[in-house]
Design a protein around this ligand. Structure first.
Ligand SMILES: O=C(CO)[C@H](O)[C@H](O)COP(=O)(O)O
Length: 144
């Protein structure tokens, strides 16, 4: 997949995210602090990655900031984006399964390398639910 990655700093697992994604065979599009020419403030960096998804240049995105909250809030402002802040694999699995999330938001403060691997494993293994109620919930997001 083509995956846009944004971070507002190179703290914590920011660069590890890129390594993990490339190691899994994904094409990575860099934003924020990961691109020396880009603006690295969290709202701008996350917006850029989310727009890649919303406008079809990327299939999914991973957006990071110290807490993960600003990155997720910014991404969720972009039409077509469903960003989920995940601190563990269970949440990442649920985000893909129940929310059909297409943007993974991470806290650079909280996410260890081990937990990052677990989160990505669950994220890429997870398939969106085909249950009618789940699809109705996801469809309603566009209507809100
Ligand atoms: O978690 C964040 C936003 O949700 C930021 O990473 C945090 O506010 C630090 O930003 P800055 O380094 O620009 O002060």
């Amino acid at each position: 997949m083509r995956i846009a990655v944004a971070a507002d700093s190179l703290d914590g697992v920011a660069e590890r995210v890129v390594e993990e994604l490339r190691g899994r065979g994904h094409e990575v599009i860099l934003h924020g602090a990961l691109d020396p020419t880009a603006r690295d403030d969290w709202a701008w960096a996350s917006e850029a990655a989310a727009r890649d998804v919303g406008e079809g240049r990327a299939d999914q995105a991973v957006v990071c900031c110290w807490t993960g909250t600003g990155a997720s809030i910014a991404a969720n402002k972009v039409p077509g984006v469903r960003a989920a802040l995940c601190a563990d694999a269970y949440t990442a699995d649920g985000a893909r399964r129940w929310n059909d999330a297409n943007v993974l938001a991470l806290s650079l403060r909280l996410t260890s390398e081990v937990v990052l691997g677990e989160i990505l494993e669950a994220w890429f293994a997870g398939e969106p639910s085909t249950d009618d109620a789940d699809r109705a919930n996801v469809a309603h997001l566009d209507a809100i």
